[in-house]
Design a binder for this molecule. Structure first.
Ligand code: AMP
Ligand code: MG
Length: 482
């Protein structure tokens, strides 16, 4: 099989038993490849061009494992909606880490690959539509230039999974810079084994923060950098109106990538309280709660590594608390910069924050579409709503402020173009594409993927993909899809 050019190096399998269970994917009955990401394969230096569909199906179902893999399920814990639970890969296995030709290391993971010792009551399987959903949205997030896990393939297993209905089973191949989560630290911390905790910190630094290799204060510096990356990630989500939907600590990657696309969705009209997930009854993961929840999750991460920050527990807690408390400042700075980028504002003016808040307030009050309002400012959306007097007055203020830019209109336009998508995965379009794909027709999904590949371009004839859902769709709900 190595005509494919896999270069596996399985460092995670070399960690002690506390970290993982060595286990193979459970073979499936009749695998059938449904979608394959040729560009990603190429970027990973993999070449599947000589394989036929049957061979691809066998590989990406786990029926035919590349020789160099040492497959395993990772142990982790997590705060799920605030409640701590010991978890682990209950329906996923890691094939190992593949190295591309620049020696970049990527986890290759099958999701939906059968039971493991972490499966609890679950069947270890996944259904087709949610796996296609993860494929679609993760690729869209990548195209939006936001750090994320990627999707290489989806295979139908030829077996049914029992949910509320009988559904087609499927396996997603997920590619990530790693699957180390806040929850991985929580799991190891819960076992109170300092040696393992040290190992995990060193392993994480080696993989994601090599600049800290010779630091004298590894745990402290790691916390600092993880805060920085997570903060940048959530600011990016806020930039494009993305709602992750299930920001449990097991779904928060230490690398700062978006991970685990369950009930996520994009906001249409601006409303900070937007929640789509049917299980998020109290809005814990609502749009505007994402930054404070990121901070909350980071505090859980900090708690895990306190014993490594300083020998004196009190002092370690003080150091960690100071870092966590600074989250708000870092966030506000990054958020302000991001919003100014969206408005094409250079330099600083004391009224900038007010200008931004006035616009958000107007959008909320008038149920204006978040994405399209910024498009209007770039002269590419002229909906009736933008003839509103308050908006016109706001625009005058914005233009006045833009004159302080000390720059050209062109440069302003460029800055706005790289920060404001002209198209996002609209919920009704995603659902429409997935419903067809679930019935076996992938045309709509592929068309949607092609459009979402260039979210910052001004593409022709894509108006139906840019319009928000019809009003009847307002109570849009997403489901965890396990
Ligand atoms: P998720 O909601 O996908 O983030 O999963 C949360 C936890 O539940 C993880 O430990 C998963 O491995 C586990 N899990 C989710 N669905 C299943 C399933 N069908 N069978 C076994 N474990 C599952
Ligand atoms: Mg998860």
């Amino acid at each position: 099989m190595n005509k494919v050019n896999w270069k596996f190096d399985n460092t995670y399998s070399k960690l002690s038993k506390s970290f993982r269970e060595l286990i193979k994917p459970t073979p499936v009955h009749k695998p059938e490849i449904i979608i394959f990401n040729h560009q990603l394969a190429k970027d990973l230096n993999l070449d599947f061009s000589r394989l036929n569909n049957e061979e691809l199906s066998n590989i990406f179902s786990g029926n035919d494992l590349p020789k160099e893999t040492i497959t395993l399920a990772q142990a982790y814990a997590g705060h799920q909606f605030g409640h701590f639970t010991m978890l682990g890969d209950g329906r996923a296995v890691l094939l190992g880490e593949h190295l591309d030709n620049k020696k970049n290391r990527y986890d290759i993971q099958f999701k939906g690959s059968g039971r493991t010792s972490f499966s609890r009551e679950g069947d270890g399987r996944a259904a087709l539509a949610p796996m296609l959903r993860e494929y679609l949205i993760s690729e869209a997030i990548h195209a939006l230039k936001i750090p994320t896990t990627r999707s290489l393939a989806v295979v139908k297993t030829g077996e049914k999974v029992v949910r509320e209905n009988l559904l087609d089973g499927a396996i997603l191949t997920r590619v990530a810079s790693s699957h180390i989560r806040v929850g991985t630290f929580q799991y190891i911390a819960a076992t109170q084994n300092i040696e393992n905790l040290n190992t995990l910190v060193d392993y994480t630094i080696q993989r994601h923060y090599p600049q800290l290799t010779s630091s004298k204060f590894k745990a402290y510096d790691l916390l600092n950098l993880v805060i920085e990356r997570q903060c940048s990630l959530v600011v990016d989500w806020m930039r494009v109106g993305f709602i992750h939907g299930v920001m449990n600590t097991d779904n928060m990657s230490i690398s700062g990538e978006t991970i685990d696309y369950g009930p996520c969705a994009f906001m249409d009209h601006y409303d900070p309280k937007t929640v789509f997930s049917s299980i998020d009854k109290f809005g814990r993961y609502a749009f505007s709660n994402q930054p404070p929840i990121t901070k909350w999750n980071l505090a859980r991460f900090a708690e895990c590594i306190v014993p490594l920050i300083d020998k004196s527990e009190d002092y370690a807690i003080k150091l960690a608390t100071d870092l966590i408390d600074n989250f708000q400042n870092i966030y506000e700075d990054k958020w302000l910069k991001m919003m100014k980028n969206k408005l094409g504002l250079f330099g600083e003016d004391y009224k900038d924050k007010k200008l931004i808040i006035d616009l958000l307030y107007w959008m909320e009050k008038n149920k204006a579409d978040y994405t399209n309002t910024f498009c209007n400012l770039m002269d590419i959306n002229s909906n009736e709503i933008y003839k509103n007097n308050d908006f016109i007055n706001w625009k005058k203020e914005w233009k006045k402020r833009s004159k302080l830019n000390n720059s050209t209109k062109e440069k302003q336009g460029k800055l706005m173009k790289i920060n404001n998508p002209t198209v996002i995965p609209r919920n009704h379009k995603v659902e429409e594409a997935l419903a067809e794909a679930d019935k076996g027709n992938l045309d709509k999904m592929k068309k949607l993927l092609a459009i979402l590949k260039k979210p910052y371009d001004n593409q022709n004839n894509i108006e139906e993909y840019q319009a928000p859902a019809p009003l009847s769709n307002e109570k849009y709900q997403t489901f965890c899809g396990t």
